[in-house]
Design a protein around this ligand. Structure first.
Ligand SMILES: Cc1cc2nc3c(=O)[nH]c(=O)nc-3n(C[C@H](O)[C@H](O)[C@H](O)COP(=O)(O)O)c2cc1C
Length: 185
């Protein structure tokens, strides 16, 4: 039996009713039997200050340790002004520093995103992919999980009720596990 693949997921939104947190919760409900998914909340990661990068706060230490312990990363990003939210970029910046101590180095990663607009975070996802290059991560190319008009697919309780969206998330998880096993060889 191959070892289970451990995935660490986080969303680029702090709000309680976040559609992107809902995508991650849906992923939790359908994570395949040969994998484990843990969700990390980026709330509390302070604004990055390079003067302090050698004394990171506990929250950043915890985030980096969990990234390092995971075989793969899953990011659910909103789209803010055609890019990723500042809180997500800030979390990534914190975990990538100081130079030479980038917790993301060499990790496979999958991306998904939900927005209330018609492009479903396409633009923010491609911005995020640009940063993944410098982080030396291995992003999964397909499937692309871009959820437009999220308010019609996620109910008041934060449940993803759209079956096609759920199916896409399942496909993404399965593809990420295959990708991660391939890279581990
Ligand atoms: C500052 C800001 C900028 C936004 N810019 C975009 C945008 O460029 N494209 C888009 O589709 N939605 C945009 N939205 C709407 C988001 O899709 C919506 O707020 C969504 O619910 C955010 O994700 P969340 O539910 O996970 O917090 C923006 C929202 C905010 C607050």
């Amino acid at each position: 039996m191959p070892q289970n693949i451990s995935i660490l997921g986080f969303a680029g939104s702090l709000r309680k009713g976040s559609y992107n947190k809902s995508l991650l919760r849906a992923a939790l409900e359908m994570v395949p039997a040969d994998a484990e998914l843990e969700i990390f909340d980026i709330e509390g990661i302070p604004p990055f200050n390079q003067d302090l990068e050698n004394q990171p706060p506990e929250k950043v230490k915890e985030f980096k340790a969990k990234i390092r312990a995971a075989d793969a990363i899953l990011i659910a990003t909103p789209e803010y002004n055609y890019s990723i939210p500042g809180v997500l970029k800030n979390a990534i910046d914190n975990a990538s520093r100081p130079y030479g101590d980038n917790a993301f180095d060499g990790k496979p990663v999958a991306i998904m995103g939900a927005s209330i607009g018609m492009l479903g975070t396409a633009r923010s996802q491609y911005h995020l992919r640009q940063s993944l290059v410098f982080l030396n991560m291995y992003p999964l190319n397909q499937p692309e999980v871009m959820v437009p008009f999220a308010q019609e697919k996620i109910d008041q309780n934060g449940q993803v009720i759209d079956q096609k969206t759920r199916e896409k998330i399942r496909e993404l998880l399965e593809a990420l596990i295959i990708w991660t096993r391939r890279l581990k060889k």
